[in-house]
Design a protein around this ligand. Sequence first.
Ligand code: SAM
Ligand code: TMP
Length: 416
Amino acid sequence: MTSESSCRICGEAVAEFLDFGIQPLSDAFREPSDPAEEFTYRLAVGRCAGCGMVQLVNEVPREAMFHDDYPYVSRGSAVMREHFGALARRFLETELAGEDPFIVELGSNDGTMLATVAAAGVRHLGVEPSGDVADLSAAEGVRVRKDFFEESTALQIAESDGLADVIYAANTLCHIPYMDSILAGVRALLKPHGVFVFEDPYLGDIVERTSFDQIYDEHFFLFSARSVDEMARRHGLELVDVEHLEVHGGELRYTLALPGARRRSEAVGRWLSTEDSARLGEQDVLEEFAARVHAVRDDLVSLLSRLRDEGSRVVGYGATAKSATVTNFCGIGPELVEFVCDTTPAKQGRLTPGSHIPVRPPEAFRGGDGGAGGNGYPPYALLFAWNHAEEIMAKEQAFREAGGRWILYVPTVRVV
Ligand code: SAM
Ligand code: TMP
């Protein structure tokens, strides 16, 4: 592990504003019998004094996070499947409507987005280093290269497949510290009028909603329109469009192009001035955010401790990567949260990283003893997958009807 105190975009000093202490890897779900010591690192976040980019202070080696046992799959949410289907259809009608178009997706995961492109018979390539999830793409008819995207990969793709009309990345670019190599690769692989589109959790939403659990090993950068504008400029690209997305707790979708290739939309100026008026990214605003994070931790721990003392069972819902930060920062283990239910096969039967809470399939949520109204449900469910709240609450109506209550902690701790 390398300890970074200089910015991964411009090399200036990074001023730390929030320290979560020693943490495990957020997606390293453990076999209960595994005797190996867990990989840990110090999770802390800071802001660059030079270019304003908010980023982690320590960098975890990429091979420790993304490998053949990487458990996250895009298809786990119906809302996300629809989100990616809609975007693929939009690309097909616009950027990919010309002669022999070609799209490259970084972090294509299980092929959820590219499946629609493949079904339309359009040339595509997913670049995905995590072999297990990459293998799931084959059944979708999606072509994938099992590799990390970086400059050398981009040059090889340009050589073998030609230049791309669209390079796309969802919830992936913010995972990659080596941005100089990535953006050099993008410049080398993009057609002169092509676009590089990426979407990631938005710093503005994280600060506004105090969603501190968006900060973990894989989320190396917390992007904003201002910091991406600066990053693009420094790396020979231009930010030409910005769109806000409600998915994953609030994201921005950025469109970059080669300088002068595309007209800059009015949205860019609007987002930059909104962020400037909110002073998003200023040190005092980030320090106030850090103070709110500590208050949420205190409130959550005191609520869970009270419920335990009263003898009320609490079950977690969604073994998210985000929840690693919550449980390990707050000191929440199986004595406060009995188990976490999750639909992902690769997480079930394992223990959550660091906090060692058992992960069980969703059926366990309905099947416990002593539940609300004696029906098997627990009386309380801590919603770790709060970014999928609408989808989950709709599917778990029976839990509410049985008297079950949800515990939420974004933006503040409450029981609903
Ligand atoms: N795009 C999918 C989505 O939004 O659901 C998957 C996002 S997942 C959180 C991040 C993905 O990025 C993982 O599948 C990981 O293996 C991949 N990844 C990490 N580093 C990468 C790199 N350098 N090039 C391409 N993919 C990478
Ligand atoms: P994410 O917030 O990173 O997308 O992770 C969501 C996790 O929650 C993932 O492990 C899948 C799980 N999940 C469920 O268990 N049930 C659901 O209904 C949804 C939408 C997600």
